[in-house]
Write a protein that binds this ligand. Structure first.
Ligand code: HPA
Ligand code: ZN
Length: 330
């Protein structure tokens, strides 16, 4: 239908994409071969067949195994280049990209190498057609507070060099049992260094984790946040404060947050006035980039053309860009 066609063709910002989650099986195998790494999967098809997830943790196990092929700046460059190509094809003109440094430093990859490779691709895209982007460093919440402090300490000396790009911190990985409160101090330190803050909350975790992200980590956006719908007072607070949710419909379906897209809470949250955005999360693993997420949600929830336009406008309003940049994009 023409309406779905319009969705695909309209400019949008993507605010929730883990760059390691854009690593397609073909590139995982190519990088493994380059580095002489033996993967626990016999073939590209066998790897893809393992993408049958029952919850967040079952995905993270495969996701961290895939990221294990990233060793040199060049690998990060290739991965980022491939993502930008897919994003551009979906008319994404601005992207705020998460990366998970702790999963790489654990394997001896220096923070500087990751940033060098990712930045080379982002700067190249910016020069080529103005593709706009920012980077957000995510702490892995299943690791210790001390480990998060180490990751921040490794990034701080590079903030000057990447001031135009590395503008925030986030919180991802296994949510249940790792509440935002565990990272209150490291987030305070990051904010003192001038960084913005976001956190995954209310994906599998309860509404209380969303309150903690707001009140303790003082985040500017909530990643996922789909369980906010369980708490009417929280829904009103999100709507009144215009704190955006970066929702990822295909991710939620693949990780069994909802067993049917028609049960997704984004429509009722949108109706309540919450600033909903639509994003791809880990597109190589969840079966689609940003347009596929818009279309899946619009289809299952019978979103109107006006609602989809609102969601795309929200993506620019919630982006960490200047008013001038925003005016040039919307
Ligand atoms: N949730 C938590 N951690 C993640 C995700 C997610 O959706 N994707 C990559 N790391
Ligand atoms: Zn995510």
């Amino acid at each position: 239908p023409t309406f779905l066609h319009q969705i695909a063709g309209s400019p949008k910002a993507e605010l929730h994409i883990h760059i390691e989650g854009s690593l397609e099986p073909e590139l995982i195998f190519a990088l493994a071969e380059r580095h002489g790494i033996t993967l626990p999967y016999a073939s590209i098809e066998a790897l893809r067949a393992a993408y049958a997830f029952t919850d967040l943790q079952s995905f993270l196990n495969v996701y961290y195994a895939g990221a294990g092929v990233l060793l040199e700046a060049e690998d990060f460059y290739q991965m980022t280049r491939a993502y930008i190509e897919r994003a551009r094809a979906d008319n994404v003109i601005h992207s705020e990209i998460f990366f998970d440094p702790q999963t790489h430093t654990e394997r001896g990859v220096p923070m500087a190498a990751m940033l060098e490779g990712i930045e080379a691709a982002l700067a190249e895209a910016e020069r080529a057609d103005g593709f706009s982007s920012r980077l957000i460093l995510c702490f892995l919440r299943h690791l210790s507070e001390e480990s998060a402090h180490e990751a921040l300490a490794q990034a701080l000396p590079l903030l000057g060099r990447y001031a135009h790009r590395l503008i925030g911190v986030g919180l991802d990985s296994s949510e249940l049992g790792h509440p935002p409160s565990k990272f209150e101090r490291v987030f305070a330190q990051a904010r003192r260094a001038g960084l913005r803050a976001v956190a995954h909350a209310g994906e599998e975790g309860p509404p209380d984790y969303i309150y903690q992200a707001l009140d303790l980590l003082k985040v500017d956006r909530i990643d996922h946040g789909v369980r906010a719908s369980e708490d009417p007072a929280l829904v009103r607070r999100l709507a009144d404060s215009r704190i955006a949710l970066t929702v990822c419909p295909l991710s939620n379906l693949k990780l069994c947050v909802f067993d049917d897209m028609r049960k997704h809470t984004l429509k009722s949250l949108l109706d309540a006035g919450v600033a909903i955005t639509i994003n791809s999360d880990d597109p190589a693993y969840f079966g689609g980039y940003v347009n596929a997420n818009y279309i899946a949600a619009a289809d299952a929830l019978t979103l109107s053309a006006a609602e989809v336009r609102t969601i795309a406008a929200n993506s620019f309003e919630a982006a960490f860009i200047s008013a001038d940049e925003r005016a040039g994009m919307m």
